[in-house]
Design a protein around this ligand. Structure first.
Ligand code: MRU
Length: 347
């Protein structure tokens, strides 16, 4: 199943085609987006989400702009560039979105077909990148925690929906399952939009992986009481010093993992490490609308008009990160004196 794809003119296009993640797990619906505004709206409303999937969408969005405006004149190219800028800034935190846009835009002097080919390359590379990163992460954890079935905890959704074929953090968990060394996954529900409850549970069930769902605040308690051997999370942007921006709720899991001496492992494409962002303090954390917190399924859960704080992400300091695993390396950004211990917790 392609999560983000391209439809040719012969198919009624050109259009960016997305599996609408807002409808899952109840319904499997596809969006055919024939306008750049439609693509931007899908990104903002989380019809497509997850950093690598946003990168693929951004690249196809630029290909759509190139098909709609053409690329043959300076005016047409300026219009594509303006659309590209709007797509790249539709959400501020995930670095792959702007990278996907930039890579497609680099082919702008060619034909619209050239821009599409560049976008397809972004999409096609995801499978290879994810396979390498998830294998490396699974091997690292097996090495550190040998001789027993593993109980993993994860947050948000980092499977193929979020990252293309293979996924990232959830992909490492799937690799451990395929290796026959995974006992169970605890999936944090991931308030307020429930990417864990709606999407991770859906992917785990389809893959036949034993799992239980927990509320976000149960995650640290599960770690503290010895119910978890390893925490896996993805990343939206990693600063040059190793500070990690990921879904809100990640930081408390890293604190709990460090205190209990279990590995806290980030799995992400190398491109997520942003050399232009020195530390986590430089990362722009997206704040989303108040109704996401005030309401649930369209029902008001608090008093009307209650002021809300709704950051989509938090930043985990590098001291708390055991390893950042990408397609090309496993990087431990914590200074060795404060590196989280990798200890065997009692089963
Ligand atoms: O707001 P979302 O659903 O786009 O947030 C997604 C996450 O935080 C993921 O953990 C991250 O993008 C990595 S996806 C492999």
């Amino acid at each position: 199943m392609r999560i983000v794809d391209w439809a040719d003119e012969t198919e009624g296009g050109p259009a960016v085609v997305l599996l609408d993640q807002r409808a899952l797990p109840q319904r499997t619906e596809y969006l055919h987006l024939g306008t750049v505004d439609g693509v931007i709206d899908a990104v903002r409303s989380l019809a497509v989400r997850g950093a690598p999937s946003l990168g693929i969408t951004g690249a196809y969005g630029v290909a759509l702009a190139a098909h709609l405006h053409g690329t043959g004149t300076a005016d047409a190219r300026a219009a594509v560039r303006a659309d590209a800028q709007r797509i790249a800034t539709a959400r501020p935190t995930a670095v792959p979105l702007s990278i996907g846009v930039r890579r497609a835009l680099a082919a702008l002097e060619e034909s619209p077909a050239g821009v599409l080919a560049a976008a397809r390359a972004v999409a096609d590379e995801a499978a290879t990148i994810n396979a390498a990163a998830t294998r490396r992460a699974a091997d690292l954890v097996r090495e550190r925690c040998p001789d027993r079935p593993l109980r993993a905890l994860t947050v948000c959704n980092t499977g193929p929906l979020a990252a293309g074929p293979g996924g990232t953090a959830l992909g490492a968990i799937l690799a451990l399952h395929a290796d026959g060394v995974l006992e169970e996954v605890l999936a944090c529900e991931t308030r307020p939009l429930l990417q864990g409850a709606r999407l991770t549970v859906w992917e785990l069930q389809r893959a036949g992986v034993p799992h239980r769902l927990c509320v976000d605040s149960a995650g640290p308690a599960a770690i503290a009481t010895g119910r978890v051997d390893v925490v896996f999370a993805g990343a939206d942007r990693i600063a040059a010093n190793g500070d990690v921006a990921n879904k809100i709720g990640t930081y408390m899991l890293a604190c709990a993992a460090a205190r209990s001496g279990i590995p806290f492992v980030i799995v992400a494409p190398e491109e997520t490490i942003d050399p232009d962002t020195a530390t986590g303090a430089d990362i722009v954390v997206e704040e989303r609308g108040a109704d996401e917190v005030r309401e649930h399924g369209g029902t008001l859960m608090t008093l009307p008009g209650t002021p809300v704080y709704n950051p989509a992400f938090d930043v985990t300091p590098h001291e708390l990160v055991t390893a950042i695993v990408t397609e090309s390396r496993a990087w431990s950004p914590a200074p060795s004196a404060s590196a989280p211990r990798i200890a065997a917790s009692p089963h």
